[in-house]
Design a protein around this ligand. Structure first.
Ligand code: TEU
Length: 550
């Protein structure tokens, strides 16, 4: 395992981070402008979502040229300057590699459409008739996972939007093309890579209908996925870089294999099981209250398994596909500051590498849109129509989008209380929640009790306390499903973290702390010394043993 254990990654969605030229879209020069802020925060790496040439149907996850910066984001020189200036400030840049599919605007796909069989084999084309797709698989964005091309009398597979054609990783030419992309950006000084839905790249030998689901059980963690990952890492020499795989609907066993250093695959991975505990019957678009018991069991189970088998988790609440954590798992009205800080504490002191999504560090909330016209995300607008067809009223469908839409994580970064939250001097490509007047970087910079300062302390704690970075983890026996308590220990070092995920006072089964412990961090200002037997709503307390272990 590399040196990720004391590192923290900050995720930037450049389209919504900072617009330097007033066109309403964020850009790379906007990111360069804010590097000093990121250095002040103390993060070690910046992962940027894609800014390569793209028709932007899926906001850049539909890549039409892996080697060129899309002019909407800037120039190659801007990308090189970003890498260089970040490095000067001690920040490594990670790029996002979308290798499961390309845009149908990519030249490879255009050649395939033109009848070039060599390039048709870069994708997953199947002969067929217009009425009968090869399988009944569904796109993750709704609808059929196959698109028919009448001129070719063939279907092509797209697990996402129809403009995102899945690549054929069984073709060694495809694998070689993608290795070249890695080597190109590695040569430019990129220090790490995120691999988009990389556990979907290996499709089954035989395509068959799924009579139990949407087809994902056939292509998720597919037959050659570990072999292809090993080959990619080996042939590009990135085994010592920070690499993270986004694993869609994956399993614990596979994540151990993806991240155990002995496997020489990836440094760490994201899984999403803990972010589905409010999906009714596992359906993202059917709401249910957060199942905190399941959340606690999943967090404990994954941490323990990865620790026991030398895996390594990317630990996170938010990203550009998820609602804002403080709105989803906290209480952004009655306990906004306390619950945002509690969620941060619960994640940042776990075993793994923490990821902060832009705006999470200031407690940004869900968008709160009131009209479908405010939504931009292809998945959200697709599902709005699907929900109406399922019989939901426009009001009900809009409420579901309010809770689930990926646009909740894509509203512009709230830099100040000035017009458009200091994000742009133009018209923002997507609406900014009105709460930017109070929830913004400038305001929180002036308040040492702010969420922002609290994140900065957590990041510093990971570097100051070896038990957090290197220690093992043991979860404390607390029966309440909303109390997540754990001990990190390394030799004589011991850190105890207790979190109340609920909006009520709680009594601990086992008092924590006491005379031999000091309070390292707390999200309530007036934390008393001594033994702790009660927690206030959304309270987090971090204790460090000062006395010798008996
Ligand atoms: O996301 C994978 C993915 O499936 C997510 O979109 C999420 O699981 C889904 O929205 C759940 O409803 C990656 C990227 O992060 C995402 O932005 C892309 O849209 C997607 O892949 C396709 O590249």
């Amino acid at each position: 395992m590399g040196t990720w254990k004391d590192k923290v990654v900050y995720q930037i969605y450049p389209k919504s981070f900072r617009d330097s030229d007033g066109d309403g879209y964020g850009d790379l020069r906007g990111v360069i402008e804010k590097l000093d802020y990121l250095k002040w925060l103390g993060v070690d790496y910046v992962w940027s979502t894609p800014f390569f040439v793209s028709p932007q149907r899926d906001n850049g996850y539909d890549v039409a040229d892996y080697y060129q910066v899309d002019p909407a984001f800037g120039t190659m020189e801007d990308a090189e300057e970003l890498i260089r200036k970040a490095k000067e400030k001690g920040i490594g840049v990670m790029f996002d590699m979308v290798f499961n599919h390309t845009s149908t605007e990519h030249q490879w796909f255009k050649r395939a459409l033109a009848g070039d069989e060599e390039y048709q084999n870069y994708y997953i084309f199947r002969d067929g008739e217009p009425e009968t797709p090869p399988t009944n698989w569904e796109s993750k964005f709704g609808g059929n996972a196959w698109e028919y091309v009448p001129s070719l009398k063939k279907w092509y597979l797209h697990l996402f939007d129809r403009t995102q054609a899945d690549l054929n990783w069984d073709n060694p030419k495809v694998r070689d093309e993608l290795k070249k992309v890695i080597l190109f950006w590695k040569e430019k000084g990129v220090e790490g890579f995120r691999f988009d839905v990389v556990n979907l790249i290996s499709k089954p030998e035989k395509f068959e209908n799924d009579l139990q689901g949407d087809g994902r059980r056939f292509y998720t963690d597919g037959p050659h996925v570990h072999e292809y990952l090993k080959e990619l890492v080996r042939d590009t020499g990135i085994d010592q870089m920070i690499t993270v795989g986004e694993m869609s609907s994956t399993s614990m066993e596979n994540c151990i294999r993806y991240t155990n250093p002995a496997e020489k695959e990836l440094a760490m991975c994201f899984h999403f099981h803990h972010l589905k505990v409010d999906y009714k019957n596992g359906d993202k678009w059917e709401l249910q209250p957060v199942d905190y018991r399941k959340l606690k069991e999943l967090m404990m189970g994954w941490q323990q398994a990865m620790a026991d088998h030398h895996g390594w988790e990317a630990v996170f609440w938010c990203n550009h596909d998820q609602p804002r954590a403080v709105s989803r798992f906290g209480d952004d009205e009655n306990y906004w500051k306390e619950s945002a800080k509690m969620l941060a504490t619960a994640i940042h002191l776990l075993r793994g590498t923490p990821y902060i999504f832009q705006g999470e560090e200031i407690g940004m909330t869900n968008a709160g849109y009131t009209d479908i016209s405010q939504y931009r995300d292809v998945e959200s607008t697709n599902y709005y129509e699907i929900l109406l067809r399922r019989g939901k009223s426009p009001k009900e469908a809009l409420h579901i989008l309010n809770e689930r839409s990926r646009d909740n994580g894509r509203t512009p970064m709230q830099w100040s209380g000035e017009t458009n939250a200091g994000f742009t001097h133009g018209t923002p490509w997507i609406s900014i929640p009105e709460n930017y007047h109070t929830i913004n970087v400038a305001a929180e910079m002036k308040d040492e009790d702010s969420i922002l300062y609290y994140y900065r302390k957590l990041i510093a704690l990971r570097k100051a306390e070896p038990a957090v970075a290197e220690g093992n983890i043991e979860f404390l026996e607390e029966t309440d499903p909303q109390i997540l308590a754990y001990r990190r220990s390394l030799g004589d070092e011991e850190i105890v973290v207790i979190n109340n995920f609920g909006n009520e006072k709680k009594k601990l089964d086992h008092p924590a702390g006491g005379a031999e412990y000091q309070i390292l961090l707390s999200n309530y200002p007036d934390q008393e010394k001594g033994e702790i037997s009660r927690l206030r709503p959304y309270e987090s307390i971090v204790l460090k043993r000062t006395g010798k272990k008996n």
